[in-house]
Design a protein around this ligand. Structure first.
Ligand SMILES: C[S@@+](CC[C@H](N)C(=O)[O-])C[C@H]1O[C@@H](n2cnc3c(N)ncnc32)[C@H](O)[C@@H]1O
Length: 692
């Protein structure tokens, strides 16, 4: 059957949105047309075609051989294969969700189908490749970062929902461009499309500022958070004007000075002008701040814009200059805001200047301060410090009492490979270090986890998710973790997942440092970046390169604490641990050996940590998995926690990990309003119930 070019183009465009390759789609289309009419294929925005394409993709993937049958046999089949097939599809976002109930199928609309690989939440495509401001300014990550790049014809889609709040909470956010060569200031006019969807059209306005070293700075994704009056509520004068301002596209945000990207001392002048005919207070200034977000981020509720306002603004359109008292604010993230003038220019509404000083100790080009093999940059699309402040360390450090000592004498001869040479992976006989994984190395020659190991580890987690009760701690109410909790009623332990460990070769082994069985100890080798994550999650981590499944991302590094010490920390400071997440080293807690108080350990990256402290949580279908790694000893009560990708992860995708939060546990300090966006989100009900 002949299909005209336009139709074919439409089909390809729709499939492209689902990240299906053109060649692949053409071949599916060719076969599909043998048994289906064009009309059925194109109905519901190519629903059937998408279905067939994903079916074909799934069939092809089924035929992919698992690379080590012997290794797989290591672990006897535990009967959860069916579950695995069901859930792995969900975890592997890039696979079709074939196992979904038909009733779950929503009508397909390119990019929103239930078969769409990227789940959506509230209409926001997670990890989507729409033009974010950062994308437009910096281009795709494969291009050198931090070059001002802006196509004034581009329309930027900015998300003014609760998502892209600047780290400094109350401050407008702006880009810092580290390129010293170019210099441009960009003015935006905000255009109101509808109440929840703004679009920002740009007008480039190149201004050279040689006085400040020619450093470029672009005002970016300003999140005014101008709340429109909710329907049903009587509009105040301010609300009305605010709505009017937005509706009339009269709001202009610009900055009029360049500044140096070095964070020690920075002066930024931002101007927000209302360009309507009517002057006076255009919007409630408190509402112009990111107040909602600041609550989530535990930022001070002080509003630098509103605080200190002296006197009111005139309502009759005549000019009046108003001065703010100096308001200095130390946001938790270290940004200090100094504001000394708020003035109302004649006829043109309001305008104000903010001077921002940053006091961060982190170098945005490498927050690791050279601790890692490769720099860990802080994405340049927002200004703000990493909060709360911490010291970057690439190796775990003992806080005080943790009984962790390593010595060569403690490593038994049969638990190392002193007679090995070079690369153990090339040795015809697997060395003693592979005993932990049944005589097979967990890593392949590319330094990634073998598929068989990865799949087992994923299954392990799924089993845990589905049958947590199978994992009750044998010691139940005497669980060493529960015993330490400062709650009146000691609850019986909800269980600890007994994990499969990987043992790496180490100093007592005869092999080379480059031996293939030494991956985690060699440190980060992939290009990663800390960025301001979408959907109000705060900072996050994304990859700047495509990662295969099983790739080592980073280790979770922090202070090694005893449980008593951790509980003490929790008690000592209200709100402590709200940001970084302490991690229990409980991968072997349920074995026969019952640990005494003080023995169970945990890692806390609040004060000392590495990039892992920025990895955000995602319920269930996160793309990285934590694997316990033994390096210096085979004593499982202290081990390294390493993150590996559990599927292919694309460049610029956010890396997420399932914190295994018990959202039902109201005592848990860990609980937060989950904004992971996963369709399997466990925290959503919690969130809704908490809000209502
Ligand atoms: C380990 S830190 C991750 C880095 C953190 N976003 C930051 O800005 O430092 C964990 C904290 O991040 C936030 N977070 C992580 N995942 C989240 C999610 N799915 N939804 C909402 N907040 C999240 C929570 O505040 C949590 O306590």
């Amino acid at each position: 059957m002949q299909v005209d070019k336009t139709k074919k183009k439409q089909a390809l465009a729709a499939m492209k949105k689902l990240q299906l390759k053109e060649k692949f789609v053409l071949s599916v289309l060719k076969d599909a047309l043998k048994s289906h009419t064009w009309d059925t294929l194109e109905a519901d925005n190519f629903n059937l075609l998408a279905d067939l394409a994903f079916q074909r993709q799934a069939d092809q993937e089924k035929h992919t051989t698992i690379d080590s049958q012997e290794g797989q046999q290591l672990y006897e089949d535990d009967g959860i294969d069916a579950l695995y097939d069901h859930h792995v599809d969900a975890r592997f976002e890039h696979k079709p969700m074939r196992s979904m109930e038909t009733s779950e199928k929503r009508s397909f609309e390119a990019g929103t189908s239930s078969f769409c690989k990227r789940p959506k939440q509230d209409g926001i495509e997670i990890g989507s490749k729409t033009n974010t401001v950062a994308d437009v300014f910096y281009g795709p990550a494969s291009e050198p970062l931090r070059h001002a790049k802006f196509d004034s014809s581009e329309k930027l889609e900015l998300d003014f929902s609760n998502d892209a709040a600047p780290p400094c909470g109350n401050l407008p956010s702006f880009n810092v461009n580290n390129s010293r060569a170019s210099c441009s200031a960009i003015k935006y006019d905000l255009h109101l499309q509808n109440r929840s969807d703004f679009q920002v059209k740009s007008e480039t306005d190149h201004e050279q500022d040689h006085n400040l070293g020619g450093t470029a700075n672009t005002l970016n994704s300003h999140k005014p958070d101008f709340k429109l009056a909710s329907s049903g509520r009587k509009l105040s004068e301010g609300d009305k004007l605010q709505e009017e301002a937005l509706a009339e596209n009269k709001l202009r945000i610009s900055k009029d000075k360049e500044f140096s990207h070095e964070r020690e001392l920075k002066q930024i002048n931002l101007k927000i002008e209302y360009q309507g005919e009517r002057s006076c207070q255009v919007f409630d200034r408190r509402e112009a701040s990111c107040a909602t977000e600041s609550k989530n981020l535990s930022l001070p509720s002080v509003d630098p814009i509103t605080d200190g306002v002296k006197g009111g603004l005139v309502a009759d359109g005549t000019a009046q200059q108003d001065t703010l008292s100096i308001c200095e604010l130390d946001c938790l993230n270290g940004v200090r805001v100094k504001q000394d003038h708020l003035w109302v220019p004649k006829k043109k509404g309001i305008s104000f200047d903010l001077d921002v000083e940053s006091t961060s100790r982190h170098n945005p080009l490498d927050i690791s301060r050279g601790e890692e093999n490769i720099p860990i940059p802080l994405a340049g699309d927002v200004v703000g410090n990493l909060s709360p402040e911490f010291y970057y360390t690439s190796k775990c450090v003992i806080y005080q009492n943790a009984p962790v000592t390593f010595s060569l004498a403690k490593v038994p001869e049969d638990e190392c490979c002193s007679s090995c040479f070079g690369d153990c992976l090339n040795s015809p006989i697997a060395c003693a270090c592979s005993k932990e994984t049944g005589g097979e190395y967990a890593y392949n020659a590319d330094g990634c986890l073998h598929d068989w190991f990865l799949r087992k580890a994923i299954k392990e987690k799924i089993r845990w998710d589905v049958y947590p009760r199978d994992y009750y701690c044998p010691s139940m109410s005497s669980c060493p973790i529960e015993r330490l909790k400062y709650v009146r009623k000691i609850e019986s332990c909800k269980g600890h997942l007994l994990r499969k460990f990987v043992k790496e070769c180490w100093r007592k082994c005869g092999c080379d440092k480059r031996c293939g069985n030494r991956v985690v100890q060699r440190g980060i080798s992939r290009r990663l970046e800390v960025f301001w994550a979408p959907h109000g999650k705060g900072w996050g981590v994304r990859t700047l390169e495509n990662l295969p499944a099983g790739a080592f991302v980073c280790e979770y590094v922090g202070e090694i604490l005893t449980h008593e010490e951790l509980e003490g920390r929790k008690m000592s400071k209200s709100g402590y641990l709200k940001q970084p997440f302490p991690l229990l080293l409980d991968a072997d807690l349920c074995s026969d050996h019952v640990l005494k108080n003080g023995e169970p350990l945990c890692l806390d990256s609040t004060h000392y940590g590495n990039i892992a402290r920025f990895i955000n949580h995602r319920c269930y279908d996160a793309n990285v998995l934590d694997i316990p790694i033994l390096i210096e000893s085979t004593d499982r009560h202290y081990y390294h926690v390493a993150y590996f990708t559990n599927r292919v992860v694309e460049v610029r995708e956010e890396l997420t990990w399932d914190y295994e939060i018990d959202f039902d546990d109201k005592h848990s300090l860990k609980a937060f309003q989950c904004r992971c966006g996963s369709r399997f989100c466990r925290g959503r009900d919690y969130k809704l119930s908490e809000i209502s």
